[in-house]
Design a protein around this ligand. Structure first.
Ligand code: DX5
Ligand code: ZN
Length: 267
């Protein structure tokens, strides 16, 4: 199985983004991951369209733009116009994913999650419409799910997207520990894609390091985001090569099953 990588620029020095891009490109990443946060969907504010446009001007590596915003219906075109090659939107809409009771949006429906909290998700019509807009622009479209969102809720969308993104940390910040609950979601989604004959990118984002990379790949991920472990390293290209080797072990079946992660995060 081929495994692709999307180093997250969130861990780069924002004063030296072009240098960070050049440094990691020495190891030929398939993508560059751009974390867009709006200070509303998540409690952090990062990159906007001008920076995506500036990145596009300095690299030929496809830009994997992860939109952590409450209103992708209003913002999507900004990023398509700025040069995003792949745009991923969250199934959840409005409010903070950390505080489900505060999630409310005009366009939201709701669904019962596995916990007692109510998880608000966008209406299917809205989500399908976003994918259609990305495809009409000749770009790829992805769907992301937060740690609290059951993977089953993504199943109806698989045939309409190029990528499904399983968050293995609560979105908003780099440097968090990998949540083992992501592994079962990766297994479910990769099995469902295979059963439907879909050539889907199964992306995992958050807490990826040499150990968790192997576990995620063994569980079915074929596209790994890594911030701290790659662009947070002194030599990003060497760090990416090490991650590739570790992921290769997971693809070859050499990884453990992740049961040691079952009760907690792995920092
Ligand atoms: C978190 C972002 C991630 C982040 C991952 O909300 O979506 O892409 O950059 O960082 P690490 O790899 O440090 O967990
Ligand atoms: Zn991300």
């Amino acid at each position: 199985m081929r495994v692709e990588f999307s180093p997250s620029l969130l861990s780069a020095d924002f004063m030296r983004l072009a240098e960070a891009v050049r440094a990691v490109e020495a190891a030929r990443p398939e993508w560059l991951h751009v974390d867009v946060m709006d200070g509303h969907f998540v409690p952090n504010l990062t990159i906007g369209p001008p920076v995506v446009r500036a990145l596009k001007a300095v690299t030929d590596t496809p830009l994997d733009v992860h939109l952590m915003v409450s209103n992708p219906e209003e913002q999507l075109d900004w990023y398509l116009e700025a040069g995003a090659d792949l745009v991923t939107v969250h199934l959840e809409c409005g409010g903070s994913p950390e505080a489900p009771s505060r999630i409310r949006s005009r366009n939201c429906g709701s669904a019962r999650g596995s916990s007692a909290s109510v998880i608000a998700v966008s209406s299917p019509e809205k989500v399908f419409g976003l994918f259609e807009r990305a495809h009409a622009a000749g770009r790829l479209a992805g769907l992301a799910i937060n740690p609290g969102t059951p993977a089953e809720l993504a199943l109806p969308f698989l045939s309409a997207v190029d990528l499904v993104l399983v968050m293995s940390v609560h979105p908003g910040f780099g440097g968090q520990g990998f949540m083992a609950s992501a592994l079962e979601k990766l297994r479910l989604l990769s099995s469902a894609a295979a059963a439907q004959g879909l050539d889907l990118l199964i992306e995992v984002d958050g807490g990826i390091n040499e150990k968790t990379a192997a576990l995620a790949v063994a569980a079915g991920a074929n596209l790994l985001v890594a911030g701290t472990a790659v662009l947070g390293a002194a030599d990003p290209a060497a760090a990416l090569e090490r991650l590739r080797a570790a992921a290769g072990a997971g693809a070859a079946g050499g990884a453990a099953d992740g049961s040691q992660l079952a009760t907690s995060n792995l920092a």
